[in-house]
Each structure stands twice: as structure tokens, then as C-alpha cells.
Design a protein. Structure first.
Length: 248
């Protein structure tokens, strides 16, 4: 579960005022609204900021931006630009047509001369390219998240969900053996806050997480994710074959 903990997104949620009124009262059910987008495999633009501190010192700071395409099991395509302290550079990550493609300084050293893209099969674990845990783009995980709501004020919901419950709900987490939490980790909780727009869709999602007994020292993490342009039209093409390298 070590990688899950390091990537567990968390952000000290900002208190905001969300006026309750007729528009909110008529808002669509958030789970139904989200499932409709996933079933229709629609696109949405996303930005995510993520920080991890170990022993109060900054270990990781990252920024991910770009459009993603939903699906019934999780993301089916995306075009993301990733910047991170641990990456030591900028990386572009594309998923389309059953493959993922990575380019940029973090992967350039492992590519043969003349190649600029690393190509690999798109697998279940690739359905969550973000650091945020829970993997909010999976309908099953989104359902479990909403079920853990403890407070609702207008268009803002908040709650807490254990890592054990997340692993049970999430297809992408279960696809990765090293993401299975130990008994101790399974009891740890991710605290979250979700802003819902008037169409019942996520507008913002923030989480906080802490593990005082993390192997390398007390760890805390935070993530803030923003959503815009639900249903956007995105034209995405794969990199040229002569520029890609796929290990045999």
C-alpha cells in the first residue's frame, strides 16, 4: 500500500459559502448525473494539484492538467501534462486506442535514439493517472465516496472514507497488487470535500490524508482537483509510429 499512501491526495478544504435555493433543489442526483457522463463516454477538462509532506518536509509537489474521457469502469482516454518534483521535469501522457504514450524529460533517457514516445498497453491501473485517491472517475468508486457523506450544505458535500473501502470499490486500485492496504492502512481514512454544480456534476474535489506511522516518517498529503467543460469536444490523435518505442 506504500504507493497508494504516497499518492493519496489531500487538501485542507476551504470553507465556502454556497447559497441554497431553487436551482440547487432541482439539481440532478450526483450519482445519476455522473453515470450518465460515463455511459456516454464524455470528456471533461481537469486540473489537479498535489502535495505530500514527510516529517513536515515537502516530498512531492505536482500539477496535472488536461482533458479526460470517462467510461463505465473509469477513464478510457486522456491527454495530460504532468509536472512534479520527483519527476524532475515535465511529462505528457496520452491514452487512446488501447495504449498509453509518455513523452518528456522523465522518460527520454530510456528511449532509443530518434524516439520521443514510450508506448505501452492501456491496462486497468491506467484508468487513474491522477495522484488523487479516491479515483473519482470510476463510477463504482464515486458511488462509494458519495455513500460516505457525513455532511451536506447546499452544493457542497463532505465526508471520510477508509482506504479499505476504497480498495474494495475501485477497479484500478484492485488491479495493482502493491495498492492493497495492510490491516493497519485499511483503517486509515481519506477526508474529502466535493463541490457539485447545478447539473449534479463535480466542480471541485479536495482531499486530506495522513499516516503518522508511514515507514519513512509521519506523512500528510493533500490534493485539489477542479473540473470544467463537461461534455467538451476533444480531438485526440496518437503519436506517429516512427516516433514511438514499445518494449518487446
Amino acid at each position: 500500500m506504500r504507493r497508494l499512501v504516497i499518492h493519496a491526495g489531500t487538501v485542507a478544504a476551504l470553507l465556502v459559502s454556497w447559497p441554497a435555493g431553487p436551482a440547487e433543489a432541482r439539481a440532478a442526483d450526483p450519482l445519476d448525473a455522473f453515470k450518465a457522463q460515463a455511459t456516454a463516454t464524455r470528456w471533461v477538462k481537469v486540473s489537479e494539484t498535489h502535495q505530500v509532506r514527510i516529517r513536515k518536509e515537502l516530498f512531492e509537489k505536482s500539477d496535472i492538467r488536461g482533458p479526460v474521457r470517462l467510461g463505465p469502469q473509469g477513464l478510457t482516454a486522456y491527454d495530460l501534462t504532468i509536472k512534479g518534483k520527483q519527476l524532475k521535469g515535465r511529462m505528457r501522457l496520452i491514452a487512446l486506442g488501447g495504449y498509453t504514450y509518455a513523452s518528456g524529460k522523465p522518460v527520454q533517457g530510456g528511449l532509443p535514439e530518434g524516439k520521443t514516445w514510450w508506448k505501452s498497453r492501456f491496462t486497468a491501473e491506467d484508468r487513474n493517472p491522477f495522484y488523487s485517491v479516491p479515483p473519482i472517475f470510476e463510477p463504482a468508486t464515486y458511488k462509494a465516496l458519495l455513500a460516505s457523506t457525513t455532511k451536506r450544505t447546499g452544493g457542497v458535500r463532505q465526508g471520510a472514507i477508509s482506504l479499505g473501502a476504497l480498495y474494495k470499490a475501485s477497479p484500478s486500485l484492485r488491479a495493482q497488487p502493491d495498492m492493497k492496504p495492510s490491516r493497519r492502512e485499511a483503517a486509515l481514512k481519506v477526508h474529502w470535500r466535493l463541490w457539485i454544480d447545478r447539473k449534479g456534476l463535480p466542480a471541485r474535489f479536495s482531499t486530506t490524508f495522513a499516516d503518522p506511522d508511514y515507514p519513512t516518517g509521519a506523512m500528510s498529503a493533500r490534493t485539489d482537483m477542479r473540473f470544467s467543460s463537461w461534455g467538451a469536444k476533444v480531438r485526440l490523435t496518437v503519436p506517429a509510429g516512427e516516433k514511438t518505442y514499445q518494449p518487446s
